[in-house]
Ligand binder design. Structure first.
Ligand SMILES: [Ca+2]
Length: 243
Protein backbone atom coordinates (compact mmCIF):
# COMPACT_ATOMS: atom_id res chain seq x y z
CA UNK A 1 0.00 0.00 0.00
CA UNK A 2 2.74 2.43 1.09
CA UNK A 3 4.85 1.65 -1.97
CA UNK A 4 1.96 2.24 -4.36
CA UNK A 5 1.14 5.58 -2.70
CA UNK A 6 4.76 6.75 -3.02
CA UNK A 7 4.84 5.64 -6.69
CA UNK A 8 1.58 7.46 -7.40
CA UNK A 9 2.88 10.61 -5.71
CA UNK A 10 6.07 10.46 -7.80
CA UNK A 11 4.01 10.09 -10.99
CA UNK A 12 1.78 13.05 -10.12
CA UNK A 13 4.78 15.29 -9.39
CA UNK A 14 6.57 14.18 -12.60
CA UNK A 15 3.53 14.89 -14.77
CA UNK A 16 2.96 18.19 -13.00
CA UNK A 17 6.49 19.39 -13.61
CA UNK A 18 6.58 18.26 -17.25
CA UNK A 19 3.49 20.12 -18.52
CA UNK A 20 4.46 23.83 -18.27
CA UNK A 21 7.90 23.21 -19.81
CA UNK A 22 6.37 21.34 -22.71
CA UNK A 23 3.78 24.03 -23.29
CA UNK A 24 6.49 26.69 -23.50
CA UNK A 25 8.70 24.52 -25.67
CA UNK A 26 5.87 23.95 -28.13
CA UNK A 27 5.15 27.65 -28.63
CA UNK A 28 7.94 27.96 -31.16
CA UNK A 29 7.61 30.76 -33.71
CA UNK A 30 7.44 29.69 -37.32
CA UNK A 31 10.66 29.18 -39.19
CA UNK A 32 10.42 28.66 -42.93
CA UNK A 33 12.81 26.84 -45.25
CA UNK A 34 13.88 23.23 -45.29
CA UNK A 35 15.28 20.80 -42.76
CA UNK A 36 18.58 18.99 -43.30
CA UNK A 37 17.03 16.06 -45.21
CA UNK A 38 15.57 18.36 -47.87
CA UNK A 39 11.95 17.92 -46.71
CA UNK A 40 9.90 21.15 -46.53
CA UNK A 41 9.73 22.32 -42.92
CA UNK A 42 6.30 21.87 -41.33
CA UNK A 43 4.77 25.08 -40.02
CA UNK A 44 3.64 25.02 -36.37
CA UNK A 45 -0.09 24.11 -36.26
CA UNK A 46 -0.26 23.97 -40.10
CA UNK A 47 -2.46 21.32 -41.79
CA UNK A 48 0.79 19.60 -42.86
CA UNK A 49 1.22 18.69 -39.17
CA UNK A 50 -1.70 16.24 -39.64
CA UNK A 51 0.24 14.27 -42.27
CA UNK A 52 2.11 11.11 -41.27
CA UNK A 53 1.77 9.05 -38.10
CA UNK A 54 0.84 10.76 -34.80
CA UNK A 55 3.78 12.78 -33.45
CA UNK A 56 2.39 15.29 -30.95
CA UNK A 57 4.71 14.92 -27.92
CA UNK A 58 2.11 13.79 -25.40
CA UNK A 59 -0.97 13.44 -27.64
CA UNK A 60 -3.00 14.95 -24.85
CA UNK A 61 -2.94 18.70 -25.17
CA UNK A 62 -2.02 21.67 -27.30
CA UNK A 63 0.84 20.85 -29.63
CA UNK A 64 2.43 22.73 -32.52
CA UNK A 65 2.99 19.26 -34.05
CA UNK A 66 -0.76 19.06 -34.74
CA UNK A 67 -3.14 21.06 -36.93
CA UNK A 68 -5.05 23.89 -35.28
CA UNK A 69 -7.60 26.20 -36.89
CA UNK A 70 -6.98 29.96 -37.12
CA UNK A 71 -9.58 30.87 -34.49
CA UNK A 72 -10.93 28.76 -31.63
CA UNK A 73 -14.68 28.80 -32.23
CA UNK A 74 -15.60 31.21 -35.03
CA UNK A 75 -16.85 28.79 -37.69
CA UNK A 76 -17.16 25.19 -38.84
CA UNK A 77 -13.77 23.82 -39.93
CA UNK A 78 -12.67 21.03 -42.28
CA UNK A 79 -9.60 19.00 -43.16
CA UNK A 80 -9.11 17.30 -46.54
CA UNK A 81 -6.67 14.39 -46.24
CA UNK A 82 -5.06 12.66 -49.20
CA UNK A 83 -3.25 9.32 -49.26
CA UNK A 84 -0.45 7.83 -51.37
CA UNK A 85 -2.73 5.26 -53.05
CA UNK A 86 -6.41 4.21 -53.15
CA UNK A 87 -7.34 2.20 -50.04
CA UNK A 88 -10.16 -0.23 -49.26
CA UNK A 89 -11.04 1.54 -45.99
CA UNK A 90 -12.66 -0.37 -43.13
CA UNK A 91 -12.00 2.23 -40.41
CA UNK A 92 -10.86 5.83 -40.07
CA UNK A 93 -8.71 6.77 -37.05
CA UNK A 94 -8.74 10.45 -36.13
CA UNK A 95 -6.11 11.45 -33.52
CA UNK A 96 -7.61 14.38 -31.62
CA UNK A 97 -4.93 15.72 -29.27
CA UNK A 98 -6.74 18.77 -27.89
CA UNK A 99 -10.36 19.91 -27.33
CA UNK A 100 -11.77 16.64 -28.67
CA UNK A 101 -15.31 15.82 -29.75
CA UNK A 102 -15.88 18.27 -32.63
CA UNK A 103 -15.99 15.67 -35.42
CA UNK A 104 -19.52 15.43 -36.88
CA UNK A 105 -19.07 14.00 -40.38
CA UNK A 106 -16.54 12.40 -42.73
CA UNK A 107 -17.00 12.41 -46.47
CA UNK A 108 -15.01 10.30 -48.94
CA UNK A 109 -14.08 10.87 -52.57
CA UNK A 110 -14.16 8.10 -55.16
CA UNK A 111 -11.92 7.88 -58.23
CA UNK A 112 -14.51 9.95 -60.16
CA UNK A 113 -14.20 12.74 -57.58
CA UNK A 114 -17.75 12.21 -56.31
CA UNK A 115 -18.12 13.04 -52.59
CA UNK A 116 -20.20 10.69 -50.42
CA UNK A 117 -20.89 10.58 -46.68
CA UNK A 118 -18.68 7.90 -45.07
CA UNK A 119 -19.73 8.56 -41.48
CA UNK A 120 -21.95 11.01 -39.66
CA UNK A 121 -22.88 11.25 -36.00
CA UNK A 122 -21.55 11.97 -32.52
CA UNK A 123 -17.76 11.96 -32.19
CA UNK A 124 -16.75 8.76 -30.28
CA UNK A 125 -14.21 10.83 -28.29
CA UNK A 126 -16.29 12.80 -25.78
CA UNK A 127 -16.08 16.59 -25.66
CA UNK A 128 -15.16 16.58 -21.98
CA UNK A 129 -12.33 14.08 -22.43
CA UNK A 130 -9.99 16.58 -24.06
CA UNK A 131 -8.13 14.12 -26.28
CA UNK A 132 -8.39 10.65 -27.79
CA UNK A 133 -8.48 8.59 -30.95
CA UNK A 134 -11.86 8.47 -32.69
CA UNK A 135 -12.24 5.21 -34.59
CA UNK A 136 -15.00 5.26 -37.21
CA UNK A 137 -16.02 1.99 -38.88
CA UNK A 138 -16.90 2.52 -42.51
CA UNK A 139 -17.97 0.43 -45.50
CA UNK A 140 -17.91 2.33 -48.76
CA UNK A 141 -17.74 -0.26 -51.54
CA UNK A 142 -15.00 1.65 -53.38
CA UNK A 143 -11.33 2.47 -52.77
CA UNK A 144 -10.58 5.84 -51.26
CA UNK A 145 -7.60 8.16 -51.69
CA UNK A 146 -9.11 11.34 -50.27
CA UNK A 147 -11.41 12.08 -47.33
CA UNK A 148 -12.76 15.24 -45.69
CA UNK A 149 -13.27 15.66 -41.94
CA UNK A 150 -16.03 18.06 -40.89
CA UNK A 151 -15.65 19.69 -37.47
CA UNK A 152 -18.29 21.60 -35.55
CA UNK A 153 -15.65 23.85 -34.02
CA UNK A 154 -18.22 26.38 -32.80
CA UNK A 155 -19.87 23.77 -30.57
CA UNK A 156 -16.64 22.63 -28.86
CA UNK A 157 -14.79 25.46 -27.10
CA UNK A 158 -11.09 25.85 -27.79
CA UNK A 159 -8.80 24.82 -30.63
CA UNK A 160 -9.92 21.34 -31.80
CA UNK A 161 -6.45 20.12 -32.78
CA UNK A 162 -5.81 17.04 -34.94
CA UNK A 163 -2.45 15.26 -34.94
CA UNK A 164 -3.00 12.52 -37.54
CA UNK A 165 -5.67 10.81 -39.66
CA UNK A 166 -5.19 7.12 -40.45
CA UNK A 167 -7.08 4.91 -42.90
CA UNK A 168 -7.19 1.23 -41.92
CA UNK A 169 -7.45 -1.28 -44.75
CA UNK A 170 -9.00 -4.77 -44.75
CA UNK A 171 -5.67 -6.30 -43.62
CA UNK A 172 -5.53 -4.05 -40.56
CA UNK A 173 -2.73 -1.92 -41.96
CA UNK A 174 -2.88 1.81 -41.24
CA UNK A 175 -2.11 4.41 -43.88
CA UNK A 176 -1.35 8.00 -42.88
CA UNK A 177 -2.21 11.10 -44.87
CA UNK A 178 0.48 12.36 -47.24
CA UNK A 179 -1.15 15.73 -47.95
CA UNK A 180 -3.63 17.71 -45.84
CA UNK A 181 -5.48 20.94 -46.55
CA UNK A 182 -7.63 22.81 -44.04
CA UNK A 183 -10.39 25.42 -43.94
CA UNK A 184 -8.12 27.67 -41.87
CA UNK A 185 -4.93 27.27 -39.87
CA UNK A 186 -3.27 28.84 -36.88
CA UNK A 187 -0.05 28.76 -38.93
CA UNK A 188 -1.44 31.78 -40.78
CA UNK A 189 -1.21 33.81 -37.59
CA UNK A 190 2.41 32.83 -37.20
CA UNK A 191 3.14 33.66 -40.87
CA UNK A 192 1.30 36.96 -40.62
CA UNK A 193 3.32 37.82 -37.53
CA UNK A 194 6.55 37.10 -39.36
CA UNK A 195 5.72 39.15 -42.45
CA UNK A 196 4.02 42.05 -40.70
CA UNK A 197 6.90 42.42 -38.25
CA UNK A 198 8.55 44.85 -40.67
CA UNK A 199 5.47 46.16 -42.50
CA UNK A 200 2.49 46.98 -40.27
CA UNK A 201 1.09 46.28 -36.78
CA UNK A 202 0.57 42.60 -36.03
CA UNK A 203 -2.84 41.28 -35.00
CA UNK A 204 -1.70 39.52 -31.85
CA UNK A 205 -5.18 38.86 -30.44
CA UNK A 206 -5.54 35.24 -31.67
CA UNK A 207 -2.04 34.39 -30.38
CA UNK A 208 -2.73 36.10 -27.04
CA UNK A 209 -6.13 34.40 -26.73
CA UNK A 210 -4.46 31.06 -27.29
CA UNK A 211 -1.72 31.81 -24.76
CA UNK A 212 -4.33 32.92 -22.23
CA UNK A 213 -6.24 29.73 -22.87
CA UNK A 214 -3.06 27.68 -22.27
CA UNK A 215 -2.27 29.61 -19.08
CA UNK A 216 -5.80 29.05 -17.75
CA UNK A 217 -5.51 25.34 -18.46
CA UNK A 218 -2.12 25.15 -16.76
CA UNK A 219 -3.48 26.98 -13.71
CA UNK A 220 -6.41 24.56 -13.50
CA UNK A 221 -4.03 21.58 -13.86
CA UNK A 222 -1.78 22.97 -11.15
CA UNK A 223 -4.71 23.36 -8.76
CA UNK A 224 -5.83 19.82 -9.45
CA UNK A 225 -2.28 18.52 -8.88
CA UNK A 226 -1.97 20.41 -5.60
CA UNK A 227 -5.26 18.89 -4.47
CA UNK A 228 -4.09 15.39 -5.46
CA UNK A 229 -0.76 15.88 -3.67
CA UNK A 230 -2.60 16.99 -0.50
CA UNK A 231 -4.76 13.87 -0.68
CA UNK A 232 -1.73 11.66 -1.24
CA UNK A 233 0.11 13.24 1.70
CA UNK A 234 -2.89 12.57 3.92
CA UNK A 235 -3.03 8.96 2.70
CA UNK A 236 0.69 8.54 3.28
CA UNK A 237 0.39 9.89 6.82
CA UNK A 238 -2.46 7.55 7.55
CA UNK A 239 -0.62 4.60 6.08
CA UNK A 240 2.55 5.38 8.11
CA UNK A 241 0.46 5.56 11.27
CA UNK A 242 -0.95 2.09 10.60
CA UNK A 243 2.48 0.54 10.01
CA1 LIG B 1 -13.62 25.05 -31.37
Amino acid sequence: MLRSIIWLAAMVVTVGLASPGQALEEFVPLRGGRVAGGEPRKRSWGPEQATGAPDAPNASGDSSSAWASLSADDQAEWLVCEYAKPINVVAIHVHENDCSGALVKVTAFGADGKEVVAWEGVDPTPRDKGHGVSTLKVGLGFDVQKIKLHLDSVAVPGWNEIDAVGLEDEKGEKHWATKVEASTTYATTMERGRIVEVAEPVDLKPALDKLQNDVNELKANQKELQREIRELKALLKESLKKE
